[in-house]
Design a binder for this molecule. Sequence first.
Ligand SMILES: C[S@@+](CC[C@H](N)C(=O)[O-])C[C@H]1O[C@@H](n2cnc3c(N)ncnc32)[C@H](O)[C@@H]1O
Length: 346
Amino acid sequence: MAAIRDEHLTLEVTTRCNGRCRHCFVRGRGAAEMDINADLARGVAREGYREGYRHLHLTGGEPLLWPHLIPFLEEAAALGYEGFYLNTNGTLLDGETAGRLAAFGRAMAISVSLQGPRDLHERFRGAGTFDPAVAGLKCALEAGVEADIFTVASRDLPPSLPRFAEWARKEFPGLRDLTVIQLLRLKDDALPLREELLSPEDFILLVRAASLLNLAGYRVAVLENPLAPAAAAAMGMPWLPPSAMLHRKGRLTVLADGAVAVAHSSQETLGAYRPGLLGEIIASAEYGDLMEEDLETCSGCRHRGDCRAAGQLRPSEWFRRSGGDVPFCRGVMDLAGASGVSAVSP
Ligand SMILES: C[S@@+](CC[C@H](N)C(=O)[O-])C[C@H]1O[C@@H](n2cnc3c(N)ncnc32)[C@H](O)[C@@H]1O
């Protein structure tokens, strides 16, 4: 199945973390501090491989705290997995750990979370967290590990994105992408984030900055959010790389407590893992419905064509906006369409 071959199967290998980010959806869902059972993780990897997955995505909590990490990766590589992507806050990445990750060669890539410039980073991740993350990312790059920066976009990011991108390019030679993630609101507003969420206006600023940075040769992507390239194209600045929907066919995550969800940030789960469940979920009507194109809200929307062209098949989820009834995507696309820039060829 092509969609699965190209997808990452996600494992949340621990909810334990040495950080206490004020925006963290893992903390926000009230997850108990625990590691995934190592046998369960191996079973999931074997079943995932049989289902057609060839790439694993490991996240947490802080995955570098999981004691089984390296043996698990070695077993998965022996099984035939071809690629691994690890999300880390970078603070535990020293030369030795970076060397172990580098031993997987081009099969290994990581993201290190930097929330933007130092003040913004520490506002979300705590005082004293910026320098260790920077040092960890440098260690990884020096060891030859492919690395991206993951930057969560709160409302203060868009104005500082160009300078942050320029700083990152100078500071981290060999860095792959600067990947921006729209800050997501949590169920029942478990953490107070509403004031920090992007408004449609902020989103437009973000898209403009990110798109122009790509034009200037920087690699800036917006993660799992095709609304961004849709808005960029509607503004006549189509330089953002394509972006897939957060909920898409083949996307599955096994959480540390064994619950299965579509994405790591999903606020609903699909059941407790047992052997055979991954295939059952993928074949189920419930899962298919989550991926379906929206035929109600979108069919009457004048932006439908622009959105579909970028792969935005459903309205933005409720957790992308701070309130109100208008879908976030419509607010963004109305602004993009009214931006006065037309997509004419020179
Ligand atoms: C959950 S963390 C786990 C890995 C590691 N501890 C780290 O800090 O990168 C993975 C990514 O999710 C992001 N994240 C956490 N909560 C978020 C939220 N509410 N909205 C958007 N991204 C979020 C983090 O900033 C981080 O880049």
